[in-house]
Design a protein. Structure first.
Length: 283
C-alpha cells in the first residue's frame, strides 16, 4: 500500500512540474526559396516564398523543436528604385524589374524581417539585374565646315550638335541629343606655336570643345594665331576630329572639322611646329 502511494506521489509531482514548465522561443531561421542572382536585362517578374522558424526553449534550455512563425510576423521591403515588391499571398512575394536601360549591373537589397514576440531577426538578400547590351551610333554636325579664319586670327566659336541613337538589347531607339562622354577628340595644327625671327613665341592656335546650357549643343572654341608666315612650300593644316574611343574596336570618325587661314608673306619669319593633342570628351 505504501509503495502505491509513493508511486502516485511521484507521478503527481511530475505532472505538476510539467505544467509549470516555462516555454519560450529564441533564435530564428528565415527560409527563402527563390533565385535572386541575376534577373534578365530585358526585365522580368519572379515569385518567392518566405517563411521562418523559431526554436523552442523549455526552462531556458534549447530543444530540437522549431515552430513556424506566424505569417503576420514576416515582412519584406526592397531598397531600390528599379526593383518592385508585391505580395500575392501571406507567404508569397513577387519581385519585378523593368528593362535595364544602362550597360551596367543593377544591384539592390531585399530586407526580410521577423517580429514575433521576443523573436526578431532581419536578413539582407542581394538582388541583381544583368547589364544591357547597348551599342551607340553618333551623328555630329557642324554649322561651318570648313571654317575660314581671317588672316589676322582671333577668337571664334563654331556651333555644332551631337545626336545619338542607341540600340538596347537588340531594340533600336530614336535619335536624341546626347553628351559625348563615350567619344574622344584629336586636334592638329602644323603651326601650333608661331614664333618670330628671334625664335620667341608670339602666338598659338588652340581648339577646345565647350558645352552649352542645352543638351547635345556645343561650341568649338578657337583661338587662332595671326598674322604669320610659314613659307611658300609649307602646307598649313588644321583640323579637329571627334571619334569613338580607341578601345571600342573599329575607329569611326563622327566629325572632321577643318580650318583654313591665309598666311601673311609680310611677316619676316615663323617656325612651323606641328602640334597635336587628344583625349576623352568629358563634357
Amino acid at each position: 500500500m505504501k509503495v502505491c502511494s509513493f508511486a502516485l506521489f511521484v507521478l503527481l509531482f511530475f505532472c505538476i512540474s510539467c505544467d509549470n514548465e516555462e516555454i519560450t522561443y529564441a533564435d530564428c531561421k528565415i527560409v527563402f526559396e527563390g533565385d535572386t542572382t541575376t534577373f534578365k536585362n530585358i526585365g522580368e517578374k519572379r515569385t518567392f516564398t518566405i517563411s521562418a522558424l523559431k526554436q523552442k526553449y523549455a526552462d531556458g534550455i534549447a530543444t530540437d523543436q522549431w515552430v513556424p512563425v506566424s505569417e503576420s510576423g514576416i515582412s519584406a521591403t526592397i531598397k531600390s528604385d528599379e526593383f518592385k515588391l508585391t505580395t500575392s499571398s501571406a507567404a508569397l512575394f513577387d519581385i519585378s524589374v523593368e528593362e535595364n536601360q544602362a550597360d551596367t549591373l543593377v544591384q539592390a537589397s531585399l530586407l526580410v524581417s521577423v517580429l514575433d514576440g521576443a523573436v526578431t531577426k532581419t536578413e539582407e538578400i542581394a538582388l541583381k539585374q544583368s547589364a544591357s547590351e547597348i551599342s551607340y551610333i553618333y551623328k555630329i554636325e557642324s554649322e561651318q565646315n570648313p571654317f575660314i579664319i581671317p588672316k589676322e586670327g582671333g577668337e571664334f566659336f563654331i556651333p555644332f550638335t551631337c545626336q545619338c541613337k542607341r540600340t538596347v538589347n537588340g531594340k533600336e531607339k530614336d535619335w536624341e541629343y546626347s553628351d559625348m562622354k563615350r567619344l574622344r577628340y584629336v586636334a592638329y595644327v602644323n603651326s601650333g606655336f608661331v614664333r618670330d625671327a628671334k625664335g620667341e613665341q608670339v602666338r598659338s592656335h588652340r581648339f577646345e570643345a565647350k558645352s552649352t546650357d542645352k543638351r547635345g549643343h556645343y561650341n568649338l572654341h578657337i583661338i587662332a594665331a595671326g598674322p604669320f608666315y610659314l613659307g611658300k612650300n609649307t602646307n598649313f593644316e588644321m583640323y579637329y576630329t571627334i571619334r569613338n574611343q580607341i578601345f571600342e574596336g573599329k575607329e569611326e570618325i563622327y566629325l572632321y572639322q577643318t580650318f583654313s587661314q591665309e598666311q601673311d608673306p609680310t611677316i619676316e619669319a615663323s617656325f612651323p611646329l606641328p602640334v597635336s593633342n587628344s583625349g576623352p570628351l568629358n563634357i
